[in-house]
Design a protein around this ligand. Sequence first.
Ligand SMILES: Cc1cc2nc3c(=O)[nH]c(=O)nc-3n(C[C@H](O)[C@H](O)[C@H](O)COP(=O)(O)O)c2cc1C
Length: 767
Amino acid sequence: MDTGLHARLREAGTDALTCAAQVFRPTVEADRAGLASLFSAGRVLQVHDRLLDQLGELLRIQSPARRFTAHELDLAVSDHLAGTRLEDHGVWVFYPWSGRLVHLLDEAEFARVRTDRNRNKITAEEQAVLSTKRIGVIGLSVGQSVSLALALERGFGELRIADHDDLDLSNLNRLRSGVHNLGLPKTVNVAREIAEIDPFLKVTCFHEGITRDNLDRFLTDGGRLDVLVEECDSVDIKVLARQRAKAHRIPVVMDTSDRGMIDVERFDLEPERPLLHGLIDHLDPDAAATARTAEEKLPFVAPMAGLHTLSKRMKASMIEVGHGLVSWPQLASSVFLGGALACDTVRRILLGQMTGSGRFHIDPETLLPGTDGPAVVVVRSEPPPPLTLRSMRDALPEAHRTTRPAYPLEEAAVAQLVEAGAWAPSGGNDQPWRFLNEHGRLYLFHEPARSHSAADPGQVVPMLSLGACVENILVMAAGIGIGLTHRLLHVAEEPRLVACFEADGTRVPEGSGLSLWLRQRCTNRRLGDRSPLDGPTKVALLDAAAEVPGAMAHLLEGAGPLDRVAALCGAAERLRFLNATCHHELFTKEVRWTPEDARRTRDGLDLATFEMSAAEVLGMQVASDPEAIALVRAWKAGSAFTNLSGPAIRSSSAVVCVSMPRMDRDHALNAGRAMERVWLRATALGLAVHPVSAPILLGLLADAPVFDASERERIAECAAGIRDVFATGDRSPAFLLRIFRAPAPSERSLRLPLDMIRSTAHAVATP
Ligand SMILES: Cc1cc2nc3c(=O)[nH]c(=O)nc-3n(C[C@H](O)[C@H](O)[C@H](O)COP(=O)(O)O)c2cc1C
C-alpha cells in the first residue's frame, strides 16, 4: 500500500551532508531577512533562548572575585547590553537537521564562557595558540571520541575529519550518536555534534574518506596540519598516511582502543624517524597498497595493533573472529579513554609540552588491578633424570654381560643403524631414544627425559616413535645386507631398555627396497591435490602395515569419509588446544618459533615445517597465550580450532589408520613399526604423508590426570568415531596418516647430533 509516506519522508529530510550550523546576526540586515524566511518557510521547529543565563555567566567570569546578588547581576547584564534589545544581542544559530534555532553569545563571548573552566589547565594564552592549529583525524570510531574531546576543549582552529563509512547500529556500542542518525555518514555525525557543542568551530569534512588521491589535500589544503590523528582501519592508508605525514613533517598520533595503547611519531622533530617506530621496517610499505586479503594485511596489522601486547580478552576474541564473532570488539570505555588520551597528547604536542615519540600503554587493567581471569591450571611433569652410560650398562641382561654374540656388529654398521634409527619420526620431534653399542650388540633405550609429559604418564606416544626407530634400524640393516634379529626386551629393573639388535650372520639382499627411502621420509604438512590412489598403491600401503606382527591398516577415501575424519580430528584438536596442560606442552615444550631456536635445539616442531601462511602463524602466536585460551575455554568457544587440519585432510587422497589387537607396550612398539613401514612405502611411491593422530592419541591418553570428566567423555566420542568410521571392530586404532600428492615440504625437521643420543663401550668417559 503506497501511503506516500516515503515521498513525504524524503521531502522532510535535510541534505544528508549538511553539517554546518547557520549563524544569523540580528544586527545584520541580510541575516534578519534570512531568519524571517526560515520562519515563513516553517523550517524552525523549536526555538531555544537561554541568552540571559549565558550573559550572567559571562559577567561572573569577567569579575571572578565578585559575588553578584540577583539584582546586581540583572543590572550588570543591562549595562552590558547597553540599550540593545536582548533578542538583538549575540547570534541566532539555526541547525537545519533538527529545525532548532538557538540564541547564543557571539563567538568571542561564547568562546570565553565555554572555555572558562579549561583555565588554567589550559591558560587563555594557550587557548589562543590552540585556536590557530589545524588537526586532522582519519577514521571516526576512536576518531569520533578524539574529535569530540578536542572540540570540547576547543583545542583547534580547524578540524579536518575523514571517514567513508556510514553509521550502523553495531557502531552504537561506542560511537556517541542517536538512533535517528543511523545511515548518516560518520563525518556528518561528528561535524553535527561539534556544531551543536560549538557552532563557531571550523570543521572540514572528507566524506569520501582518505584515498591516495586526496591524502595530500587532506594534509595540506587550507594550511598544513599541525597534528594528524590516524585512526583508520585500512592498512594501506595507515602506511601511506605516515609516509606522507613524514614527508610533510607532521606528527602522527594513534590510539588503539585496547589497553590504552597510544603511538606518537614526531616526524616534525625527527624527520628521519622510521614509520611506526620501525615496527614495519621489515615490510615493503608499498606492499600495503596492494594488500587485499586478510592474509596480505596481517603482517602490517600485527605490529600496528601490537599483537603481543593485546589484552587477554582481545586475543581470545581474535581467535573467535570469523567463527563466533564477525569482527574484533571495541568498547565505549576503551574508545572514550583513547579519545581522551589522544586529545591530551595532541594538545601537549601543539603547546610544545611533549617532545617524545614511542608506543605507550595507559592500561586501566594494569594500573587498577582487579581479579584475575579464569585460572590456568597446568599439570607439570617433572623431567626424570636422563639415562647415564652406567644406568644403561647396568640394565643389560646378565647373559649379555658374559657372552659375546657370534657375529658382533662392526662399528661402521652400528653407525649406519643408529643414524637410520634417528631419522625416525617422533611425537613433537622429541627423539626419545638413546643407543648403546656394547660388545657388538646394539641396544635401544627409551629416554623419558626427552618425552615425559603430564598428558602421557604411561608414555604411550614415545613407544610409537621408538617402534618407528626399530623399524628404521631393521630396514637399514636389510639395506646394507646385514641379517639382523631384534628382541623387544622387558627388564623389570630398567623399563627404559626397549630392544636389542644382533647380527645373525646372514647376508640377505633387501627385498622391500625401503632402505633407499629412509632419508627421504618426512612429515609433509602441505595441502594435497585430492588425486585418487590407484588399486595397487592402496594394496601396497595396506600390505606394508600387515608385514609387522599384529598390525593392520584401514584406508578411507572420498569426500564423505574424509569429512568425517576431519570432523573427528577437529574435535580432538580443539580439545587439545583448550586443555591447559596440552596447550602448555605444545607451546612451551614443542614449538620452535624461530629458525634459530630450531637450529639451537635440533628437536621440537620447527614452525617453518607447519606450512602456515603468515596470518596463520600470527594466529598461532595469539593462540599461544594460555590466559587468552583460558578465556576461550570459559566461553565454551574455540570453534576456530576445529578446522585446523580439516582443509589438509579434505585435500588428501586417503587416510590410513593403523590398528593393533590392543595397545600394550609391545603392541604400541609394533604399531610404530607398522606406521613407519606404511610411511616409507608411501614415500617410495612418491606420496606425501602427514600424521593426523590427535583423536587416536588422545583416546590412548584419556586416563591421564590432566583431563576432566567432560573432556574424557568427548575424547571417548572421538575415539569411538574413529573406530566406527574405519570399521576397526575389536581392534585398537593406533595411528592415523593422511596420504596425498604434493611438492616436497618447504622445510625438514632437524635431528639431535649423534653423539648426544649414542653411547659406546669406548665412550666410558661420557656420564
Ligand atoms: C607418535 C607421533 C605422533 C605425531 N603426531 C603428529 C601430529 O599430531 N601432527 C603432526 O603434524 N605431526 C605429527 N607427528 C609428526 C612429527 O611431528 C614428526 O615426525 C617430527 O616432527 C619429525 O619430523 P619428520 O617426520 O619430518 O622427520 C607425529 C609423529 C609421531 C611419531
